[in-house]
Design a protein. Sequence first.
Length: 326
Amino acid sequence: MSEELASPGSARNQAATRAVFLLVTLSAAAALIWLSIASTGNPGHKASQTSSAAGILEIGMLVFREGLECILVLAAITASMTGSEEKFQRPVAVGVGIAFVATLFTWLIALRAVDDIGENISALDVQAATGLLAILTLLLVLNWFFHRVYWTEWISVHNNRKRELLKNGGQKRGTLRIMWGMGLLGFTSFYREGFEVVLFLQSYRLKLGGAVVSHGVLIGVLLSGIVAILTFVTHRRLPYKKMLVSTGVMLAFVLLVMVGEQVQEMQLAGWSPTTQIRWLKGVIPSWMGLWFSIFPTIETLGAQALASLLIFGSYIAARSLKRSTR
């Protein structure tokens, strides 16, 4: 799908757009550097403890990326709603608002469920399980093949649904149906991303506490809000996909750190064996474990290599799909 969801603006608007993209890119690069310094790994088979600053950055970037995807879908839905159809933007916004409330309720339900499980099994088991869930969620977020299909099929389905609804706008009952349908489109566009974020955050809540999660979510929501204002209020033509790629690069780095930490937690909980690679002990310096959770064990290095292969393979699959589509 083309990134140009709005008509081209003036030279000043285009310059502002480039400035926004540059700011996001530099922010992601700065976050990468800070994350490398602020992360604490898991040397010596002790439970990994990501620092508060690193956790806030990781959460903020994931929430921001999910927000970008939601904005991309909503912009595609509402781009053609002009003139007499502009009134249908309101039910889309109402659907988004309801989805936001539903996401909060989902968070409360997940909160209660994880806490109830924690009363019956050990804390290490709960932390290992939620960490594994967070990694699976992040793998889905970074799956380029999935997102290639998502950007084309998911947005196409929403647009087709919108067109079908607008065909019935000539009657009163048809108008009511459009309102309900547009509200549902707004709801599904937002709640899909919100549900993924809720799953991802459970591991961080157990590791770092609710305050760190709240701060990270606040940063992600703030950045998403800025992009949303530029998109829907000032009608800026933003390079959404390039911004998603920029945040995706950082999240890929976060994923590798999380995988290394997760394997260590699984080893500590007795879920995974520990096989030392003795000749690598002198090759991998201690700071690699401290910053990047890279340790000389078959399990940690193998899991990180597999995660990298999944991301790279997904990218190759997405490129192949694009060529075959053309």
